[in-house]
Design a binder for this molecule. Structure first.
Ligand code: CMP
Length: 367
């Protein structure tokens, strides 16, 4: 990680820590006994937090200025990129959330409650939230269908209850709108129990609505879970595709075949010093080096393999145990192919398997 990236990472961590301190201060300030003793400190902290948010934006701009070969253009690029990003809006809201209402004359005890908007700062750093957004966008149609089903059952339940219970309980079920409260509490499986049906048919209907409620949420959860799984698979595929395209070994197989190969390969990262495989272990996987370097510990001396080289193929070709220990000597990005996919690759792209088998033969014959 470059020094600049590390500083930016630390800045992000500091930013989140400041948000946590700020939010705790605001929450604690709403407790009368605590505020009676510490209010001065809380108010001061809220102001300091706002100033620190502004300072962090300043440090980011300074870093962009210092990191560029042409400082003025580095700063200009930062301003253009930053101003057009959602992060800028979040930072601005965070900086101004408390000062603007306070300067507008709202008393500080109320003004500082606007600081709760700082919670959006977490969204600035969360990749998971972006993922959730994509999942909801992609699954919008099935989610809407479930929502429509939910609303339909809700209205039907409220209408049924109105017809069955309004005679006995005019205060609770005297209109469909009144019965809707019961329907929402029941369909969402909350079940406050403040309003309950008394007639036999009312209870039968209530039971059906409860079961429908469970079904609706199961459907909803199913749609979201499938959406997440699809999105993660798609991301992984794109990432692997990108890596496969970088390995010259696969360059000649053509775009459609790269897509097929990318489906078989898994992206793996190894830290410096990490042992990828040990001599004598059974071999289930082979690896292609995208970046970084590994060292093969051979009896004749260590051999280093870097970009575009592969290893771990001998155990797959011969079915024997690992012939050597392989260690990452730098941070490595690897593509992993397991034994079943190795055979599949052999049937769809025999030319690739031939090159791998020839290299395994060559290595075996080396002293
Ligand atoms: P495998 O035996 O499965 O596990 C150890 C790996 O080290 C082996 O596959 C090869 O990929 C690799 N290897 C063995 N001998 C050599 C060599 N002479 N040069 C480069 N790599 C080798």
């Amino acid at each position: 990680m470059s020094g600049n990236r590390r500083t930016l990472r630390l800045l992000g961590i500091a930013d989140c820590a400041i948000v946590v301190v700020g939010l705790l201060t605001i929450v604690a300030g709403t407790s009368k006994p605590v505020a009676a003793e510490w209010n001065g400190l809380f108010v001061g902290t809220v102001w300091i937090v706002s100033i620190l948010f502004a300072a962090i934006v300043g440090v980011r701009a300074t870093l962009a200025y210092a990191a560029s070969a042409v400082p003025a253009s580095g700063l200009k690029r930062f301003v253009v990129d930053y101003v057009s990003s959602p992060a800028a809006a979040i930072d601005l809201v965070a900086i101004l959330a408390v000062p603007v209402p306070a300067i507008a004359g709202i008393d500080i005890d109320t003004a500082r409650l606007f600081g709760l908007l700082w919670v959006f700062k977490f969204a600035r750093y969360s990749r998971g939230l972006g993922l959730l957004g994509r999942v909801i966008r992609n699954a919008a149609e099935p989610l809407l269908s479930v929502l429509l089903g939910f609303v339909t059952v809700l209205i039907a339940a409220a209408t049924g209850m109105y017809l069955l219970e309004s005679g006995n309980q005019p205060n609770q079920f005297g209109s469909i709108s009144q019965a809707l409260w019961w329907a929402i509490a029941t369909l969402t499986t909350t079940g406050y129990g403040d309003v309950v049906p008394l007639t036999f048919m009312g209870r039968v209907l209530a039971g059906s609505v409860m079961i429908c409620g469970i079904g609706m949420f199961a459907l909803w959860a199913g749609v979201l879970a499938t959406g997440f799984a699809d999105e993660l698979r798609r991301r992984e595929f794109l990432q692997t595709w990108d890596l496969v395209a970088k390995v010259p070994f696969f360059r000649n197989v053509g775009a459609p075949a790269i897509a097929a190969v990318a489906r078989l390969l898994k992206h793996r990262e190894m830290a410096r010093g990490q042992i990828v495989m040990r001599r004598g272990q059974p071999g289930e996987t082979m690896y292609f080096v995208v970046s970084g370097e590994v060292e093969v510990d051979l009896a004749s001396g260590p051999v280093r393999l870097g970009h575009d080289k592969f290893f771990g193929e001998m155990a797959l070709v011969t079915g024997e145990r690992r012939g050597a220990t392989v260690t990452a000597v730098a941070h490595c990005v690897l593509l992993e192919l397991d034994v079943a996919d190795f055979r599949q690759l052999g049937s769809t792209h025999p030319e690739l398997l031939k090159v791998i088998a020839e290299e395994a033969d060559r290595r075996r014959q080396l002293p």
